[in-house]
Design a protein around this ligand. Sequence first.
Ligand code: UD1
Ligand code: CA
Length: 451
Amino acid sequence: MSKPRFAAIILAAGSGTRMKSSIPKVMHPIAGQPMIAHLLDTLRTLSPAATVVVIGPQMESVARIAAPAESVVQDPPLGTGDAVRAALTPLDGRLAPQGDIDEVLVLYGDTPLLAPETLSRLLAERRRTSAAILLSAMRPDDPGPYGRFVVASDGSLECIVEAADANTEQRAIGLVNGGIMVIEARHLWGLVDALDRSNAKREFYLTNILHIARRKGLDCRTVELPAEELIGINTRAELAEAEAQMQRRLRRAAMDAGVTLVAPETVFLSADTRLGRDVVVEPNVTFGLGVTVGEGARIRSYSYLEGAAVGAGALVGPFARLRPGAVLEEDVHIGNFVEVKASRLGAGTKASHLSYIGDSDVGARTNIGAGTITCNYDGFNKFRTIIGDQAFIGSNTALVAPVTVGAGAIVAAGSVVTRDVPADALSIARGQQVDKPGRATEIRARQRRKV
Ligand code: UD1
Ligand code: CA
């Protein structure tokens, strides 16, 4: 028999009231990317036959992130059971027994920490047991807001009681609903059609399908999965917990891949951060989205990087800021209080102190002195600065773009460079120094006569 084909449904239409936010809950980022993007990435590794995301009205941002997965609007959102019903419409015709989809994996959009292996385990377990419904169970430290699994006297699952509907005795139950489940496609319509709203929230609870399935004599089972992967995010505090959990995972993965994190708990990574072998990251460094760091580079303390590519052997920081479009080739040194934006720095180039390099192309083995600023913006437009190989830019130079400094040129300290400097020229662009011998003594004498 061929492997069963599954469709995935992600429920993301809830208004997320407990987040007290004007953006949809599933768009809140974890490790730099919206929580729903984590789920979609995880799902992609399992190649579902179809993916449908259920969104609420005015959630075009979620639909855009979800594409090419299909989105359906649930309006108004009347509960998780109603959301699954909304998702069945585009899948109709594809569900077994008529269609090619044998099972449906339901995921809650606010449960983003699932690992691909955990989802595979859930699918494999359903196939092994042939259960009509396989629910995920967990035992978190605090069963708080989760649905409680009520077990019948014969040991079988009786129903799930939502926290809002539970009595004191039920609230004490430690085994709770993790939210993800696999349902045999051929039973889905029948189960969802039987749901009602007789509960505290007046919602169609998906979790009631367990009770309905039992009445129909269908086999329902649970598999216990790691609670740390099943955290549901309802509040900002839970969002912070999920972030911490994701950071631990990313740091661990970086270290496993040969990166030294001197104080891992102080380094913040994004989901897409790529650090090469033997990269050393000192304490208190933040990686925003889109950063790659080549082999053996060192990122020193208190640096902030985003959208930047750091070449092998480079040295960045302490206190450096790399902004989007910063490209540092091999062995570049960027020192303290240096900011680089939309600029390429050639191999071996150094900007060691207090500089702003924006919209620039800098050659190889060039030295950029302390306090050098590229004046790239005239209040209306941005302009580029081009500096050739092996140039020397003296301290406190202002390069007023658009401007080019040729290869091998030397720019004297304190220059304000407004015209192109030819290759190998010495450029001095500053007021002349005037010394008046003895004049200081005269001034002091005059001041003394006044008092
Ligand atoms: C739900 C479960 C609970 C489980 C917990 C796990 C139900 C009734 N309860 O509770 O048993 O322990 O998740 O995290 O299912 N959504 C929609 N449309 C709606 C309502 C919700 O798409 O009409 C989406 C939400 O956007 C969210 C997900 O479904 O992503 C879960 O909804 P939420 O309100 O957070 O459910 P919980 O109360 O956490
Ligand atoms: Ca939830």
